[in-house]
Design a protein around this ligand. Structure first.
Ligand code: HEC
Length: 143
């Protein structure tokens, strides 16, 4: 009787363990956009925050905002990917303010470009329903 109890306890533990593992795999597969945004937040902290600042607010006339940027959210998404992939120089108007600065090419990997794009498109009041993928970033050329 004791033996049976031990065996069934082990059985339950094993089952619980398997179920738990399966559910965490399931969550990962469930929400790839959320995962990309989380990775993107880290890319942002490393490569973007010093200019565009913590809430994407930028510095008027020097570093354009990303938060509710009309250029970013209303313009063509390919142009936005191009800026993050290759940098941006020359005249650009963001929320009615002219900028004429230099954002050098940051040398990000294509998956990092996709992740940080998903982050900035879904932070500080920005929202974008489509997930930007590494394959999409790969297709964007310099001009
Ligand atoms: C050294 C400062 C600097 C860094 C670092 C930087 N940027 Fe920029 N960014 C700029 C400047 C300056 C412009 C405007 C360039 C111009 O005037 O043509 C700009 C423009 C942009 C734009 C288009 C305009 C807008 O505000 O919507 C986007 C999008 C952007 N940056 C995203 C990023 C992302 C994402 C990162 C990090 C991966 C990043 N930037 C890192 C300085 C920077």
């Amino acid at each position: 009787m004791k033996k049976l109890l031990i065996i069934s306890t082990i059985g339950c533990l094993l089952m619980g363990f398997t179920l738990q593992n399966e559910s965490s795999v399931y969550t990962t597969a469930q929400d790839p956009l959320k995962e990309s945004i989380e990775r993107g937040a880290e890319v942002y902290t490393e490569y973007c925050v010093q200019c565009h600042l913590g809430k994407g607010e930028g510095i008027p006339k020097i570093f354009p905002p990303l938060a509710k940027s009309d250029w970013l959210t209303k313009d063509n998404i390919t142009n936005a990917i191009r800026v993050v992939k290759y940098g941006q120089t020359g005249k650009i108007t963001v929320n009615g303010e002219p900028y004429n600065g230099v954002m050098a090419e940051l040398g990000l990997y294509e998956d990092e470009v996709a992740d940080v794009m998903n982050y900035i498109m879904n932070s500080w009041g920005n929202s974008y329903d489509t997930m930007i993928t590494e394959a999409q970033v790969k297709k964007v050329t310099k001009e």
